[in-house]
Design a protein around this ligand. Structure first.
Ligand code: BMA
Length: 344
């Protein structure tokens, strides 16, 4: 893809929920400026959402105050009840986080972009942690969404980790996105990798899954999006893709925002999830709706973080829109699989 701004359209099979956004800053009973990049799963019979809440002094994020995590529950995956207070904020670092070799509070700047996977009845939350010395991907167990037992943290820089919902060949698998600046030309040329673990603590045997140059609608970087769901044809999983155009100028509250984030979809081999069976040749979700392209903090951003396969075959995809609100789109699982028929 060249550095021009091609028109990208969402796949015909995807339907945005007519009541979007499903969650916005004005829905929160506590201070909020931007609600986005939520993880969503079904746990103990209800839908659970853990979302990123960025708080600033006023619109324009002239004075950023903090990033915290909010918690919401739902009986239908569409209408959400938000808990009265954030479930995690950095002021709770000492109480809410347990971990061996836990970094000191002063070292850590923020924790964000949670992704939820239920595995063996336990809820695992993968998230990004910014520290003074780099960005880490963390894997944590939570039972109550208020206390988080961090089992492992990557070396920097790495994030966008998502855990597969069952063991494969006796091992846990995750997708992840390191930031290899030195070996990739000093620019954003970031790819999707897969790692495995016997205990969620020690991760290794990493393999490249999908490189940015294999995605026709990305010219910058790609990364995992929502945790994969299992289908008879393979692991179905969303990705986020970025194309950058230096000609793009002010496009949000900041002075300039030159990137566009789309959602894509791919199918991975059931036994060897580092092997791509197929990838959508067009975006699954490209920024088109008004709440995706205007009035946001960073317009033209679609960032899926939650994907639920219902018994009916409906797939719910939750995504952050314009880094400002949380939205929902749905599609039939067979249509999503059909989009992944093209080999990479
Ligand atoms: C990425 C992350 C996401 C964010 C996206 C678009 O690098 O920071 O949290 O949604 O950029 O701004």
């Amino acid at each position: 893809m060249k550095n021009s701004t091609p028109i990208l359209q969402s796949a015909a099979c995807i339907k945005r929920y007519c009541g979007n956004p499903v969650l916005a800053p004005s829905d929160l009973p506590y201070p909020s400026s931007l609600v986005f990049n939520a993880g969503v799963t079904k746990y103990n019979g209800r839908y659970v959402m853990v979302f990123r809440n960025d708080v600033a002094e006023k619109e324009g994020v002239s004075k950023f105050i903090e990033t915290n995590l909010g918690l919401a529950f739902s009986d239908d995956g569409v209408n959400w009840e938000v808990e009265p207070a954030p479930c995690f904020s950095m002021s709770n670092w000492d109480r809410a986080i347990s971990m061996s070799d836990k970094p000191a509070r002063e070292e850590v700047r923020r924790l964000y972009d949670p992704r939820l996977t239920v595995i063996d009845g336990r809820c695992v939350i993968c998230c990004a942690i910014d520290t003074k010395h780099g960005v880490h991907g963390a894997v944590a167990i939570t039972e109550d969404f208020h206390h988080f037992d961090i089992l492992s943290m990557t070396v920097p820089d790495n994030r966008n980790m998502v855990l597969f919902p069952e063991k494969i060949g006796g091992e846990y698998f995750r997708l992840e996105r390191p930031f290899p600046v030195y070996s990739r030309g000093g620019r954003d040329r970031f790819d999707i990798w897969c790692g495995r673990s016997k205990d969620l603590v020690y991760w290794g045997r990493h393999a490249l899954v999908l490189a940015v140059e294999q995605v026709p609608y990305a010219n910058d970087k790609i990364g995992p999006a929502a945790p994969p769901v299992k289908t008879p044809k393979g692991w179905l999983t969303t990705i986020h893709t970025v194309d950058k155009d230096p000609a793009r100028g002010k496009n949000g509250w900041g002075n300039a925002w030159r990137k566009r984030y789309c959602g894509g979809i791919m199918l991975l081999d059931l036994e060897n999830p580092s092997k791509v069976i197929g990838l959508s040749r067009e975006p699954l979700l490209a920024p088109e709706a008004d709440y995706e392209v205007e009035g946001g903090f960073r317009n033209d951003v679609i960032f899926p973080g939650g994907m639920i396969l219902e018994d009916s075959g409906e797939v719910k995809i939750y995504y952050g829109s314009a880094d400002t609100v949380e939205c929902l789109a749905t599609a039939d699982v067979h249509d999503l699989i059909a989009l992944c028929e093209a080999p990479v």
